[in-house]
Design a protein around this ligand. Structure first.
Ligand code: SF4
Length: 225
């Protein structure tokens, strides 16, 4: 039962299948794949449980993002506008009469409206991926499979994909990446100008993401102060 519980907890996370294989000491990946996704018997049951957990987690994340929106903490990244418009539309549905006093609906009402969107959510390495339209997925376009039904999270380039958003929970990851890149640049010899300029672009990008997250998180606080 412990191994089963661990498999459920691990397998739905990004890279979870490989983590499950390593942690459970499966000799071959096929065993883990069977554990998590092959139909039949306990495996199908496990997959159904994993999917249920994934959907529940997604709903909780989407609800948290919606509550963030209501508090003025906005997403950033190329998909931010779309997500903000979605949150605004839900907010309107909950409170159709703007002039009336704001009624705080309970989480169940809100969750009912967020369920469809939650099904499109995938967790990127340092971003959320809102996989609403495969033809707009940068990762799929890069590998030439624009009709696939799942994103290729391992190929994610969240700074350039129109379906990606960044949130305050991603800030530490980008900050850590920026710190490590800075150290790496400092260790490069002066002759390695090409690598240095590539890394500098990477560093600037990570800092820009962090700055954008900070700006989107603090604007409302400043306005209300
Ligand atoms: S590039 Fe990233 S955000 Fe865009 S669809 Fe692929 S995984 Fe999702």
């Amino acid at each position: 039962m412990l191994r089963r519980k661990l498999a459920i907890e691990l397998a739905y996370r990004p890279g979870g299948l490989l983590a499950t294989k390593i942690y459970l000491h499966h000799v071959s990946t096929a065993t883990t794949e069977g554990y998590a996704s092959r139909p039949g018997g306990a495996q199908a049951e496990l997959l159904a449980e994993v999917n249920d957990h994934e959907q529940q987690r997604n709903l909780e994340l989407v609800l948290a993002e919606f509550r963030n929106y209501q508090q003025g903490i906005l997403p950033t990244g190329p998909g931010a506008r779309s997500l903000t418009e979605f949150s605004a539309s839900i907010d309107e549905k909950l409170d159709p009469e703007a002039a009336a006093p704001r009624i705080q609906r309970n989480d169940r009402d809100v969750l009912n409206l967020l369920t469809k969107r939650a099904k499109t959510l995938h967790l990127g390495p340092a971003n959320y991926c809102w996989f609403t339209d495969p033809s707009r997925a940068l990762c799929l376009r890069l590998v030439g499979t624009p009709a696939a039904d799942r994103p290729l999270i391992g190929m994610c380039d969240s700074v350039r994909c129109p379906q990606a958003t960044h949130h305050p929970c991603h800030r530490p990851l980008w900050a850590e990446h920026a710190d490590k890149t800075k150290i790496f640049i400092g260790q490069l010899g002066t002759a390695r100008k090409t690598e240095r300029s590539w890394l500098q672009v990477d560093l600037d990008r990570a800092r820009r993401v962090d700055d954008e997250i900070d700006a989107a998180s603090t604007s409302m606080t400043e306005e209300s102060a």
